[in-house]
Design a protein around this ligand. Structure first.
Ligand SMILES: Cc1ncc(COP(=O)(O)O)c(C=O)c1O
Length: 438
C-alpha cells in the first residue's frame, strides 16, 4: 500500500481540475483556492496559453544543461530584465525551487567575500521568525521551530536577529519606536558575533506564512540597509513568497526605498504552472566570484525549459492584464473586509498583510495576546472547518508563533469570491474557537 503523504493523513478527495480561483475535486466539489496553493497561484489556474507554452518547450527543448541558452530560457531572461528586475540585478541563476534558490544565495554571499579575500566572513544572520526552505542549511538559518523537529541536533548554528513583530513588540504593541528597536537588535547581533565574521543578513521583506504576513515598521528596512552597508554585509532579500507581485508591488522590498544585494524569488514566477525560482545579484558580486575562478554550480533541473516557458508566459499575463496593480487593489479590498469582519472579534488579535498576502492571528485572550495551547490545534481546525465549506486557507505560524491563518488567492479574484472567503473564514474561526474553549 503506497503511503502518501510520507507522514500525516491524506485528504479524502483527489483534485481533477483547476479553473481560475477554483480546484475541482473528483467528487465534484469546487474548492475556492483562497491560498493559491502554498501562496503560489497568481494568474489563476487552468490557463491554456501557459499549457501551450509548456507543451512547445517540452517538444522542442526537452532537456538542455542549464548554462546553455534555449529559446524559452532566453525569452524568460529577456523578460525578467525588461519588465521585472532592477538593472541592479543583471546576474541571474535559476533553480527549481525556493529552498535551492535561498541556499544558492547563501553560498554566493560566502563565495563573494572569499573571492575578495575575506574568507572569515562566513556567517549568515537569519531571523527568529522566518522560513527559508527545507534543506539543512535553509532550515538552520530559518526561524521555523516546528520544521526543525528531529533535526535541531544536527543543524548548524546561524545567529538570529529578532523579526519585527509590531503587534508583539517588547516596547508595546505597534510602538512608534518599534522600527528602531528591531534595527538596533540587528546591530546588537552583529556586534555580538563580530561584523568581520558576517557575510550576509537574510530576511523576508514582509514575513510570509511563518509569521503571517507581518509588515515591519516603515523605518526598519532603510535602517537595516544602512547597517549592512556600514559593516560590509550583503543584504539578501528572500522574496520566494513576496516576489512577482504578491504584495501589490513587483517585489516586496519595493514598499520601502531600499534595494538588496541579492534577491531571491520563486513561487509566483511561474504561478504554480512549473517548478522554478531564481537568484538575482549585482554585477559586482558575479564579477568577484568569476574573477576568483569560482563557480555557482547549477542544479540538474535548474532553468528547465518547460519551467522557463511557463514562467515567461505567466509574467506576460501578469504584465498584459495589469495583475500587479489589480493585486494591490484587490488586496486593499480584502484587507478592508477582513478588518470589518474581525476588528471586534474577541479571538482575533490582528488582520495584517500587504496586497494579496494577508493573515489573521487568533489568540485565546485579546487583551494579553496569550495564544491558545498548542494542543488545541486551532490553526488546523480553522483550515479544516473552512475546507469542509469548500474554501482553502493556508496554515501559518512556526509552532512558537501561532495561530496564523494566511490568505493568498490568485490576483484575479472578484468581489463575490472575496466575500465568500471572509464569510467562511469568520464561520471557521468561530467553529475552531468554540471547540478550543469547550
Ligand atoms: C520565504 C520563503 N523562502 C523559501 C521557501 C522555500 O521554497 P520551496 O518550498 O520552493 O523550496 C518558502 C516556501 O514557502 C518561502 O515562503
Amino acid at each position: 500500500m503506497v503511503r502518501w503523504p510520507f507522514v500525516g493523513s491524506a485528504r479524502h478527495f483527489e483534485i481533477v481540475g483547476a479553473d481560475g480561483a477554483y480546484l475541482i475535486a473528483s467528487d465534484g466539489r469546487r474548492i475556492l483556492d483562497a491560498a493559491g496553493g502554498a501562496i503560489v497561484s497568481n494568474v489563476g489556474h487552468g490557463r491554456a496559453s501557459v499549457a501551450r507554452a509548456v507543451a512547445d518547450a517540452t517538444q522542442n527543448e526537452t532537456y538542455v544543461v542549464p548554462p546553455w541558452l534555449t529559446k524559452s530560457r532566453r525569452r524568460l531572461l529577456e523578460r525578467l530584465e525588461r519588465d521585472w528586475l532592477s538593472p541592479r540585478f543583471p546576474a541571474m541563476h535559476l533553480t527549481s525551487g525556493g529552498s535551492e534558490a535561498v541556499e544558492t544565495a547563501m553560498k554566493i554571499a560566502i563565495q563573494y567575500h572569499a573571492a575578495r579575500g575575506e574568507p572569515e566572513r562566513r556567517q549568515i544572520i537569519g531571523r527568529d521568525v522566518s522560513y527559508h526552505g527545507t534543506t539543512l542549511a535553509t532550515t538552520a538559518v530559518g526561524g521555523h521551530e516546528a520544521r526543525k523537529k528531529g533535526l535541531a541536533h544536527v543543524l548548524a548554528r546561524y545567529p538570529k536577529a529578532p523579526t519585527p513583530y509590531p503587534l508583539r513588540c517588547p516596547l508595546g504593541a505597534h510602538h512608534p519606536n518599534a522600527g528602531r528597536y528591531y534595527a538596533d537588535a540587528l546591530e546588537a547581533t552583529i556586534a555580538r558575533e563580530g561584523a568581520a565574521t558576517i557575510a550576509a543578513f537574510l530576511a523576508e521583506p514582509i514575513t510570509g506564512s511563518s509569521g503571517g504576513a507581518i509588515v515591519p515598521p516603515d523605518d526598519y528596512w532603510p535602517a537595516v540597509r544602512r547597517i549592512c552597508d556600514r559593516h560590509g554585509i550583503l543584504l539578501i532579500a528572500d522574496e520566494v513568497m513576496t516576489g512577482f507581485g504578491r504584495t501589490g508591488r513587483k517585489f516586496g522590498h519595493q514598499h520601502w526605498p531600499i534595494e538588496p544585494d541579492v534577491l531571491v524569488a520563486g513561487k509566483g514566477l511561474a504561478g504554480g504552472y512549473a517548478p522554478i525560482a531564481g537568484v538575482y545579484a549585482t554585477a559586482a558580486i558575479a564579477d568577484a566570484i568569476s574573477s576568483a575562478g569560482m563557480n555557482v554550480m547549477f542544479h540538474t533541473f535548474g532553468a528547465h525549459p518547460a519551467s522557463c516557458a511557463a514562467a515567461e508566459e505567466v509574467l506576460r499575463i501578469l504584465t498584459d492584464e495589469h495583475l500587479v496593480e489589480r493585486c494591490a487593489e484587490r488586496g486593499e479590498r480584502l484587507q478592508k473586509r477582513l478588518v470589518q469582519a474581525f476588528s471586534n472579534h474577541p479571538h482575533v488579535a490582528e488582520v495584517r498583510g500587504r496586497g494579496l498576502l494577508q493573515a489573521i492571528e487568533i489568540v485565546a485572550d485579546r487583551a494579553t495576546l496569550a495564544p491558545f495551547p498548542i494542543e488545541a490545534n486551532v490553526t488546523d481546525r480553522v483550515v479544516g472547518a473552512a475546507l469542509s465549506r469548500d474554501v482553502f486557507f493556508y496554515p501559518g505560524g512556526t509552532g512558537v508563533v501561532r495561530d496564523i491563518v494566511c490568505l493568498g488567492p490568485p490576483f484575479t479574484i472578484d468581489d463575490s469570491e472575496i466575500e465568500r472567503m471572509v464569510e467562511v473564514l469568520e464561520a471557521s474561526v468561530d467553529d475552531a474557537v468554540r471547540r478550543a474553549n469547550s
